[in-house]
Design a protein around this ligand. Sequence first.
Ligand code: SF4
Ligand code: SF4
Length: 309
Amino acid sequence: MSVPTDLKAWIEQILCRLVQEAPENRLPDFGGQPIFGAPLVGVADGDDPLFEEFRHAVSPRHLLPRQVLWLYVRADAEPVQVRVIAWALPFTQAIRRSNRGEGWPSRLYSLARCNGGALNHGVRRRLTRILREHGYAAVAPVLTEHYDAFRSPEHIFSSSWSERHVAFAAGLGQFGLNGSLITPLGTTVRLGSVVTDLPITATPRTYEDYRAPCLRLNGEPCGLCVERCPVGAISRSGLDKSKCYQMRRAVRDRFMDTYSRSLHMLPAPVVKSGERVDEYSLGCALCQCGVPCEGGYPAVLLKEKAENA
Ligand code: SF4
Ligand code: SF4
């Protein structure tokens, strides 16, 4: 099968189609409205030294792209170039807006987050298959048996493949005060990635620091996510992952039974300390909605807000 010369545009088209044409991207409980808009795509060089650094920043078990491709593809020869295609799937404005209330995440956001996670797994699987059909090696680390998510004394929660860190390496954004990756489409996104030997050009990173300005400046002059968090999990010095986890447990305890009986929820594989189960997932994200980084770079939004005041 032939491949166009503009590989970035080709991958963007594929991802756009995989998201927008997927039946899972529609919410029958909310009039069939979509979950995600068009994805943002970045590409990391799989041999970027940053991936070694992730073994300190995330976990000593964090996989290296070349290692993971070699483990799963069993090519006759080691791949010449290794690339990591990363994407951000942005929740629609209607979904983001629905989650701007206080106290608990909205029903619409909760369903979109759950089904969007299942869809994102499907996107990983389908992009991998398409690349292989075109003769390239491809693997989605999160879908392999080497992927694990676990507790860590140093990082509280950790994993062997952090989609946030991979997206950072692929030029998709920097980390904000609330711990989310602030992409040009904002923080209210789902992230995914596939490792491949497709000879696509790596995206130049337009930043050097992993921290977005709000993390470097302890939330000044924004800090709105600190106020938005109902359990005080965010302070001027960053995110308390344990408090955030307790809130997510509380959301699950309060809503899972009702939602799973009344809504068309889709399960997705969840990995916890080596155990893999298919389950529904609920989250919070109140700190990502109703804030300047919700749907774009905060500097841009703060400037617009000042101009419209
Ligand atoms: S709400 Fe403001 S301080 Fe918090 S992550 Fe977004 S831009 Fe940073
Ligand atoms: S996800 Fe919820 S609990 Fe966690 S930091 Fe954001 S607002 Fe707080």
